[in-house]
Design a protein around this ligand. Structure first.
Ligand code: BT5
Length: 322
């Protein structure tokens, strides 16, 4: 983003009430007419800015459309998303993030897209990412005290962070192991954790999150209509994508820090409280499909189930069918 405009938004966001044109021009080291030009640009981007003679400017409302400045408006994180790129359309934010990470993008860099033309899930499955209706974003993380074998725990950490954010809405959110967020038995969001590691050290992780927000039933792709949902479908309300991203990044940053500082132990319990079909009999798919009772997750993130003979299993790679 134009760095002056970002500074302008940061400055206005961090001030209660009005800020005079004079003060803005001094703080940003630009002329008063440059301040005025930037204000006009922001208005074109959809910001509602009030300007009162002898008082100054204040932001009343951010646009419901995403762009770099609206996404960073009021972003209270310490590092996650403080470096943020917005692209109208990309093949996949994962691809862009990998590219940036290889070029040394710093920890916490986030790439958000309006739409993805080739969004992906695990095992190269397709992820439907319609323009302007959901959040499709990838974060670059560089955890230096995590071993590659534990990187998959990050999916569970992010799932808890997202679920706890969603708890503020009137929805009953559940996490389906390992990477799905479910509302009402349907998939609202998915997480894709991809790692680049060398020998025993993680170079970087790209944490990709896709969440359906303002989709009506008709907006959902034919192939997922029956099993997917959106925040709009579940609550009847539409949401400002900027605000939802802001809240998600806050929660993910906090949980990530807890994970790095304290390990997975604490989060494991939170995960189990949020687990979809906890204690119930489910059908899991490994090399075959079989019936099992979901009893929790292991300290390392594996799924713990009991089979019909009462024997316990820890599953590292499996799919809960239902
Ligand atoms: C996932 O994979 O759930 C991970 C999805 C991650 C998407 C994000 S968006 C930002 C970043 N950039 C990317 O390119 N990807 C990440 P998986 O568990 O494999 O689930 C994929 C399955 O979910 C598909 O096979 C469909 O059945 C279903 N699906 C596809 N699009 C969906 C959608 N929009 N909502 C709900 N379900 C969907």
């Amino acid at each position: 983003m134009e760095s002056t405009r970002k500074q302008l938004i940061d400055f206005l966001s961090n001030h209660q009430g009005y800020v005079s044109g004079q003060e803005l021009s001094e703080q940003l080291n630009i002329s008063r007419s440059a301040v005025w030009k930037h204000m006009n640009h922001l208005k074109k981007e959809g910001y509602q800015i009030e300007g009162i003679t002898n008082k100054g400017y204040r932001i009343i409302e951010i646009p419901n459309q995403m762009n770099e400045s609206s996404l960073q408006w009021n972003l209270q994180t310490k590092w996650l998303g403080q470096s943020l790129i917005y692209k109208e359309s990309v093949r996949s934010t994962q691809l862009v993030a990998h590219d940036l990470a290889r070029k040394d993008a710093k920890q916490g860099s986030v790439i958000v897209a309006g739409e993805q033309t080739s969004g992906r899930g695990r095992m190269r499955r397709h992820w439907d990412s319609k323009a302007g209706l959901g959040l499709w974003f990838s974060s670059i993380l560089r955890p230096d005290n995590i071993e590659p074998k534990d990187a998959s725990q990050l999916t569970l950490v992010a799932a808890v962070a997202i679920a706890q954010y969603l708890e503020k809405f009137p929805v009953d959110v559940k996490i389906k192991w390992p990477n799905d967020l479910f509302l009402n038995g349907k998939k609202l969001a998915g997480i894709l954790t991809e790692m680049q590691a060398e020998q025993d050290a993680i170079q970087y992780i790209v944490l990709g999150i896709g969440m359906n927000i303002n989709h009506t039933q008709d907006d959902l792709h034919e192939t997922v209509k029956e099993k997917a949902t959106s925040l709009l479908i579940e609550t009847g309300e539409s949401f400002n994508l900027n605000e939802v991203l802001n809240g998600l990044l806050m929660n993910i940053e906090r949980k990530y820090e807890l994970f790095i500082e304290e390990g997975f132990h604490e989060i494991k319990h939170e995960w189990e409280q949020l687990a979809y079909k906890m204690g119930e009999w489910i059908i899991v798919k490994t090399h075959k499909e079989w019936q099992a009772q979901l009893i929790g997750i292991h300290e390392d993130g594996a799924l713990k189930v009991r089979d019909t003979d009462g024997q316990q299993h820890e599953l590292y790679s499996a799919e809960i069918l239902w």
